[in-house]
Design a protein around this ligand. Structure first.
Ligand code: ATR
Length: 286
């Protein structure tokens, strides 16, 4: 089996996540569920790494024989300097969340956007192509999602951001493919949202503790469309509650978290990730 060559002589597959802070990460519980479902002896450890120590921590991944690690806030951009190879998509996005160690050669990937799109398709929108999608926000999360959307669909993507120049810039970077992509400022939000089939919130508006905030006015949202929010604390944001009241199909951020982990698990092990078991483990840990 592919996996056996990556298990250290100590006998257990080594995986982990590097971040600062890291204590509240749900990744260990989720990946242990995946290891258990496959009957793999392994450990997925939370590793508290301060920015000043990131370079040495990556060297430790090599010498300790970790098969792979996830990388989270605040290291996703900086870590790229310490890897041997960067996947094309991750390089374009400008951030890495998953590292695969092939006998000392480290490759960086970004599974956030592709994980998000997989969960969107699985949970609410099997047929993505032809959709008129509105992405709210133009930060790091939006970059990964726009990248993954353009890989999967032909349609229209409108990016709306408080700082309109960032939305325009993002649209330019991913333009030229099979989808029409445009960037706008907030004053154009109402018009774009009113004609959307799918709305995706990538901003932090509505995240705990600001649970009463909405990234757009509820009245603008067409009845019966798909509304998705990357936020998973709370599991159902005000945007999703209001959208549900308007007859929309809603999709929360938990699916993105689980599926970014599922892709990482698949890269490390070559096995199919047990997505349902992983999701249940995260839900039970709340
Ligand atoms: P992430 O990696 O989660 O995307 P980020 O790169 O800091 O984080 O991006 C945050 C996004 O949320 C940005 O699009 C930001 O808008 P600006 O580019 O104008 O800063 C958006 N955002 C954050 N707080 C917001 C608020 N109160 N209202 C509107 N947009 C907000």
């Amino acid at each position: 089996r592919l996996l056996e060559q990556f298990v250290p002589t100590s006998g257990s597959l080594l995986l982990g996540v590097l971040g600062d802070p890291i204590a509240h990460s749900k990744s260990p519980v989720m990946h242990h569920a995946a290891l258990k479902a496959h009957g793999i002896s392994g450990h997925y450890v939370p590793l508290h790494v301060k920015p000043d120590n990131l370079k040495e921590a990556i060297q430790a991944v090599r010498v300790l024989g970790f098969r792979g690690v996830n990388v989270t806030i605040p290291h996703k951009v900086e870590v790229m300097s310490y890897l041997d190879k960067i996947d094309e998509g991750a390089a374009k996005i400008g951030a890495v969340n998953t590292i695969v160690n092939d006998h000392g050669v480290l490759t960086g990937y970004n599974t956030d956007g592709i994980g998000y799109v997989r969960s969107l398709k699985d949970e609410v929108l099997p047929g993505l192509s032809g959709s008129n999608i509105v992405v709210l926000g133009a930060g790091g999360a939006a970059r990964g999602i726009v990248h993954a959307l353009t890989l999967e669909m032909a349609g229209s993507i409108s990016i709306i951001n408080r700082t309109s120049s960032k939305a325009v810039q993002l649209a330019e970077e991913w333009g030229g493919g099979t989808s029409t992509i445009r960037g706008y400022g907030e004053h154009e939000a109402e018009e774009a949202v009113s004609s959307a089939d799918v709305i995706i919130n990538t901003t932090s508006v509505g995240m705990h503790p600001h649970v009463d905030q909405m990234p757009v006015e509820a009245e603008w949202i067409p009845e019966g469309i798909v509304v998705s929010d990357l936020i998973y604390n709370p599991l159902k944001t005000k945007l999703l509650t209001e959208s549900e009241a308007r007859g929309c199909r809603v999709h929360g951020g938990l699916g993105m978290f689980v599926n970014q982990g599922a892709f990482a698990f698949e890269y490390w092990t070559g096995l199919t990730a047990p997505v349902e078991e992983m999701k249940q483990a995260v839900l039970e840990s709340f």
